[in-house]
Design a protein around this ligand. Structure first.
Ligand SMILES: Nc1ncnc2c1ncn2[C@@H]1O[C@H](COP(=O)(O)OP(=O)(O)OP(=O)(O)O)[C@@H](O)[C@H]1O
Ligand SMILES: [Mg+2]
Length: 329
């Protein structure tokens, strides 16, 4: 259950759902009426009795009822069809999910309960960084530490994993979606143009690159002075300038994490490098940028976008591993 996207995988079937984590509530009829991509598309265009809710904020469950409704809908549409293979007795739904390292016990319980309320008879919770590491193809029980930077929409989690647990961790609550705000703010201050967050997000995905680029994109918005439509041309270099503070923050956090880690760990990590996952790992040249700034090798696993949910699916097939992580299952 990510801030920007919710992903569901079904054992032996693969990923069956990858939808924006948005849901629309109609205050007149007291019902949820839009889910996922549809709710995201209508955001900002609805009458005021329709509210678009983001159930997860910065990786943490924020709107419990919205989340339960979202999950019920997601399970009904993407998971239940697979139960039709069982003609007579439908097996109970068992789920494995995860929360970030910084989630409190209450926040972790809330996620567990939301899944139970959405129809899962059994819920197992693991740490997100372990799931992501497993999805990157690492043996999470190895005593060779692994360094992973998961850069999503609502949080950037820098984790060092070793021996089946997290040995060092740092979290930034400003991630991809905060970058959208920074882009909108930059356009406002530099070009006097007001743009919406979804425009800013598309602009970021199109223009942000750490490679040489002469690309230029026409941006339409509202003039700050007249309130009338106005368009400007934004360059790739503008984008990098707009997001430089955020990129620096990632590098600084990685350096701090190294400083706080025991010397043996830091040494192995320097030899083995860092794996980048999450939506921001798709930014072209981000691996070279991080490699240069940290003087460390970088890897982007093929499944970097879905590493966490892949990892959960993998752990789901390994009851022994789960037992080692959470005690009993
Ligand atoms: N090519 C790209 N360039 C820039 N940003 C991108 C690109 N592709 C995806 N993103 C950004 O990645 C973010 C989504 O990443 P991801 O799907 O990993 O988030 P999430 O798992 O839902 O969130 P979190 O793990 O933080 O709770 C969005 O902010 C999106 O704009
Ligand atoms: Mg994520």
């Amino acid at each position: 259950m990510g801030t920007s996207f919710t992903r569901i995988g079904v054992k032996d079937k693969g990923i069956v759902l990858r939808e924006p984590s948005y849901i629309g509530y109609n205050n007149k009829i007291k019902e949820y009426i839009f889910y996922g991509a549809e709710a995201k598309t209508v955001q900002g265009k609805t009458p005021n009795f329709i509210e678009i809710v983001r159930p997860v904020v910065n990786g943490i469950l924020y709107d419990f009822d919205g989340q339960v409704a979202y999950l019920k809908h997601a399970i009904d549409t993407s998971v239940k069809p697979y139960l039709n293979e069982f003609r007579l007795i439908k097996p109970p739904l068992r789920a494995i999910s995860c929360v970030p390292h910084i989630a409190t016990e209450i926040e972790r319980r809330a996620v567990e309960e939301s899944l139970e309320k959405a129809g899962c008879q059994r819920v197992i919770m693991v740490e997100k960084a372990l799931a992501t590491a497993s999805g990157c193809g690492f043996d999470i029980f190895s005593h060779e530490p692994q360094f992973i930077i998961d850069m999503g929409g609502g949080m950037i989690e820098l984790s060092i994993i070793s021996g089946g647990g997290v040995v060092a961790q740092k979290t930034l609550k400003n991630a991809g979606e905060h970058m959208d705000k920074m882009v909108a703010n930059y356009c406002y201050l530099k070009y006097g143009i007001v743009i919406g967050e979804s425009t800013a997000s598309k602009l970021k995905e199109r223009l942000l690159t750490f490679k040489e680029s002469k690309e230029m994109v026409e941006v339409r918005g509202k003039s700050l002075e007249t309130g009338l439509p106005k368009s400007i041309k934004m360059k790739a270099t503008d984008m990098r300038e707009a997001l430089a503070p955020q990129c620096n923050a990632i590098i600084d956090s990685a350096k701090e994490l190294f400083e706080q880690s025991p010397p043996e760990i830091a040494d192995t990590i320097y030899k083995k490098g860092v794996s980048l996952t999450g939506g921001l790992a798709s930014v072209s040249g981000i691996d070279q940028y991080i490699a240069k700034e940290l003087q460390i090798e970088t890897h982007i696993p093929t499944r970097h976008l879905d590493a966490t949910v892949y990892g959960l699916m993998q752990l789901g097939k390994q009851p022994e591993s789960l037992r080692k992580i959470i005690g009993t299952i």
